[in-house]
Design a protein around this ligand. Structure first.
Ligand code: SSA
Length: 143
């Protein structure tokens, strides 16, 4: 899994078209979304993650929590992003992993939104620009 973490004044998105034949079903209210004062986490779930998705979820949540505590972020935006890797996991595995990350972060008390999966989306992001505002992490399951 590849993650790009951007500490932002805000992230907002708007769903445009389907990028997959069967994207995640969404309600009208999910067609746009915005969070202010947010840690935006762009995630590419990779093929290698299919060997142990639950382990990758655990490791990703830990990494995100570590960064969130350092920058004192209480809101997290989980953003499916297929452009951080050339070895993408298949969509059904990727969506399940992203849903579990969202769920576990919420259980830990963060305010969490997740952008819809399988759509082309317009988005606006305002990076804060401090030394820890732009980070990346690579997570792999143990062999
Ligand atoms: N492995 C993945 N990790 C994260 N997001 C994914 C993954 N696979 C699919 N998606 C989601 O599905 C959308 C489209 O995925 S994609 O791989 O880019 N596929 C396409 O764009 C197709 N139109 C051509 O392959 C992405 O924008 C993202 O929302």
């Amino acid at each position: 899994m590849r993650m790009l973490l951007i500490h932002s004044d805000y992230l907002e998105y708007e769903v445009k078209d389907k990028a997959l034949k069967n994207p995640e079903p969404i309600s009208d209210e999910q067609k746009t979304g915005r969070l202010d004062e947010v840690l935006a986490v762009f995630i590419s779930v990779e093929k290698v993650d299919e060997t142990n998705p639950d382990e990758v979820v655990e490791k990703a949540v830990k990494e995100i929590e570590d960064v969130a505590s350092q920058i004192k972020a209480e809101r997290i935006f989980v953003y499916p992003f297929a452009h951080l890797s050339s070895e993408l996991a298949k969509p059904d595995v990727a969506l399940e992993v992203l849903r579990k990350i969202e769920e576990k972060l919420r259980e830990k008390g963060y305010e969490v939104k997740r952008a819809p999966f399988g759509y082309y989306k317009a988005f606006k992001l305002s990076c804060k620009g401090h030394p820890l505002a732009e980070l990346s992490r690579t997570i792999v399951p143990e062999k």
